[in-house]
Design a protein around this ligand. Structure first.
Ligand code: DX5
Ligand code: ZN
Length: 217
C-alpha cells in the first residue's frame, strides 16, 4: 500500500474553497484533512461545522476531521452529519478516551486520536486496538506553516512497534511541517498517512506537489 496523502485545507484559499476542493478531487490525495480549532484547546480559531458541510458538498475524497477542541464528545454527531469519515480527537482533551472512541465508531466513523508533541505514544498502548488512526502532531497544534519537530521519527518508530506487538491495524498519520525532505524519512519510520498544508498550498503547482508526495515510496 502506498503512502496516503491528506492535504490540509487550513492552508488553502478560503475565498475559493470550492476550487481548492476540486483540485484535491482530481489529485492523487487520499483524504481531505479538515482542521477544527476552537480558540480554547489551541490558541487559534479556524472554522467549524457549516464550513465542513460546505466542503463535503464538493468533496470526492473522505473527510479526515481533526478536532482541536475541548469537549469533543459534544460535537461528534454534528461532524459526522457534516460529512466526516474519520474523526480524530485529542488525547489531551479526553478524560474518557475509550468512551469517546466507542462514540465515534457508533456513528459509523473511523476513530482517530491525535497526540501533542509532549504526549508519549506509550499512553496509547491500552487503547490501541480501539484506534483506527493515530495522528502524531509534529508541530504544536494551532497553526499551519510551523517547523517540523525532529523527535517525531522516534515516536513513529515506537508507535509502529506497539501496533505490531498488539496485532492492531491502526494507521499512523503525521501532521505538521511535512515536506518533501522529511516525507521519505517519515515513511521509512512507519508512517501511513502524511498531512500537508502549506507545503501543498504554498507551492506554485499544488496538484503536482501532491503527486510528488504520493510518489515517495
Ligand atoms: C496544525 C494543523 C495541521 C496544519 C498543517 O494545527 O493540525 O493540520 O494544517 O499545516 P502545515 O503542513 O503547514 O504544517
Ligand atoms: Zn491537522
Amino acid at each position: 500500500m502506498s503512502v496516503k496523502i491528506a492535504p490540509s485545507i487550513l492552508a488553502s484559499d478560503f475565498a475559493n474553497l470550492q476550487k481548492e476542493i476540486e483540485m484535491i478531487n482530481v489529485s492523487e490525495a487520499d483524504y481531505i484533512h479538515v482542521d477544527i480549532m476552537d480558540g480554547v484547546f489551541v490558541p487559534n480559531i479556524s472554522f467549524g461545522i457549516p464550513v465542513t458541510e460546505a466542503v463535503n458538498k464538493h468533496a470526492k475524497k473522505p473527510l479526515d476531521v481533526h478536532l482541536m477542541i475541548v469537549n469533543p464528545d459534544q460535537y461528534l454527531e454534528a461532524f459526522k452529519n457534516a460529512g466526516a469519515a474519520i474523526i480524530s480527537v485529542h488525547y489531551e482533551a479526553c478524560t474518557h478516551l475509550h468512551r469517546t472512541l466507542q462514540g465515534i465508531k457508533q456513528l459509523g466513523c473511523k476513530a482517530g486520536v491525535a497526540i501533542n508533541p509532549h504526549t508519549s505514544v506509550e499512553l496509547l498502548k491500552d487503547v490501541i486496538m480501539d484506534i483506527d488512526l493515530v495522528c502524531i502532531m509534529s508541530v504544536n497544534p494551532g497553526f499551519g506553516g510551523q517547523k517540523f519537530i525532529e523527535n517525531t521519527y522516534a515516536k513513529v518508530k515506537r508507535l509502529k512497534e506497539i501496533i505490531i506487538e498488539n496485532g492492531a491495524e491502526t494507521e499512523i498519520e503525521i501532521d505538521g511541517g511535512v515536506n518533501e525532505s522529511n516525507a521519505p524519512l517519515l515513511r521509512a519510520a512507519g508512517a501511513d498517512v502524511l498531512v500537508a498544508g502549506s507545503f501543498v498550498f504554498s507551492s506554485s503547482d499544488p496538484l503536482s506537489t501532491i503527486e510528488k508526495l504520493k510518489k515517495i515510496d
